[in-house]
Each structure stands twice: as C-alpha cells, then as structure tokens.
Design a binder for this molecule. Sequence first.
Ligand SMILES: Nc1ncnc2[nH]cnc12
Ligand SMILES: [Zn+2]
Length: 335
Amino acid sequence: MDLESYIRALPKAELHLHIEGSLEPEMMFALAQRNGVTLPWDSVEATRAAYAFSDLQSFLDLYYAGAAALIHERDFHELAMAYFARAHADGVVHAELFFDPQTHTERGIAFETVLDGLERACQEAQTRYGISSRLILCFLRHLSEDEGFATLEQALPHLGRIHGVGLDSSEKGHPPSKFTRLFARCRDLGLHVVAHAGEEGPPAYIVEALDLLQVERIDHGVRAAEDPALMARLAREQVPLTVCPLSNIKLCVFDRLEQHNLRQLLEAGLKVTINSDDPAYFGGYVGQNYLETAIALGLSRAQLKQLARNSLEASFVPEALRSPWLSVLDSLPTD
Ligand SMILES: Nc1ncnc2[nH]cnc12
Ligand SMILES: [Zn+2]
C-alpha cells in the first residue's frame, strides 16, 4: 500500500479544527455574493494570494474578515458539510469542531444561528458518512473574561449540544490566567476544557493552562520542547497535544516542515496528534498534514499508526464507541 493510501486507511479523529478556518475562498465568495457582503478582496485568486502570513495575528486578521461572509443558519451548515466531506475522504471517523461564537455575535448574528447550522451538519455527517462529532465553543482570548462570561450565558440553554470549551485567537499577551474564573465555571457545568497554548506563547502558558484552567488537552503545545521539566510532565501525565504541522509552517512557528519538532515530541513519549487547524488557509486537510509530515520527518508506519491511535484515545468519545475504530487500526500492518 502506498503511503497516501495507508494514511487514508488509518481510522483517525480530528481534534483541532476551527470550522471557520475550513471556509475555502470559493465558498467565501459564493456566500458573500448570496448574502450581499463585501469582502476585502476582488476575487478568489486575490484571496488565495493574500494567504502569506508572517505570524498568528497576520492570519487572524484575514480569518475574521473571511468569516463575515457567514450570516445564515444554512451558511454554517454548508460550511460544516463541506468540511465533513473532506474529512471523510481522509479517513476521519470522529471530529471535534471548534467554533468561535464571538466572531459572529459581534456582527449581530444570533448564537443560535451558528449553533443550529453546525449541529444540523453534525447530525447529517453521522447519517451520511458515519462520522461522529462534537462541538467545542472557543472563547476569543483577545477579548475580556467578562465577554467570555457573557458568551457562556448565551450558551447555557444549549449545553446539551456543546461538549466543551476552548481558548483561541491571539496568544501572546493573553495568558490562560486571564480566564481562570471562566474555565472554573465551565468545568463546574460539566464541560470538557481545552486551550491553545505554546503555539506562539511561551512554555509557561502551557503550565498555566494545565494548572489554572485544568485543561484536558493542549492545542498546539509545540513550544513545550523548550522546557525539559514540562516535557517530562506532559509525557508522565500523557496530556494530549493537538499539533497542526502545516499551520505551524504557514504561521512561521517553524521555518520548514523538516525542522518541525513533532517527531521529537512523539519519541519523547508525549501523546501527540496530527490535525489541520484552519485547512482552507494553511494548505491542507488532516490527511495532507499526515502525509507531508511523514515525508518531511521520515515517520515510520508504526509512528503514523501511533498518531492515529493517540487521536482516538485523546477524543472525548466514550471508550465503547472508540473500540471498533481501535480494532480496525490494530488490524493494519506496520510494514
Ligand atoms: N491556530 C490558531 N491559533 C489561535 N487561534 C486560532 N483561531 C483559528 N486558528 C487559530
Ligand atoms: Zn487552532
């Protein structure tokens, strides 16, 4: 079996995917036209050409601008269905989707419009593709904790449809400690908790996310490699890291994929997973992330299998649901 087919055959979970980051320029333009929204670019080609980022903030500026095309429930549904089609083609059996309600409610879109469209797509993905999914509400960390509390208030009537919360947007200058009370409240409500940390921010932010927010997974976390004590802790506690290799290259966290530390983290015994982050902006969905990383870092098939296993084990689905996927994974060869 060639490498691409092998990767596709691995049953895998995607645990770090911003659904707004799967908005391809073609759909962005179609929606903008349908909704009478003016975008800052003239064409699909000009939009793609603008995707040359120097850091996280330079990407976020475009990402928030593109999200303005999303207005109606059906827009969010179409967006997520397009993602699920791609995920299915890549062998994804389970996906945990991040969504950023504040990006939309700030523009006057109702919280329910966003949630209803995404949830309808999640249900359709189960029947059409057999993909199970969960929704994780992300708080924008450049906004205040009080604004986060206001968003949580809007989410309260819908907690049966929201599985967890995360923390995203501009990392530097917005440490996890800013959101300690908000995350404590979310944990009290029985929500799962994750946070972006150590993407651009220092290893100390990863420590804060673990100790203050008590997160169950770290999104990115690649800068943990700068702190040997933290590396030892992450390995000992088997804290999952949702690493996004192509994102890290596009946002200049590493210069080249060959220099990415994913293999180092994996071989140090950390529970590393591979994910796509914002695939429409970063040049590849999850399968492409596995493939390019495998080639650049010379990952073995046993390591690819381990990465897929980690993704299933790090997901928030009950063990009984996971075990059939793990059996399929176990049956695949490693040579
Ligand atoms: N990679 C990323 N880091 C932080 N916030 C984000 N929002 C969307 N993608 C993100
Ligand atoms: Zn992310």
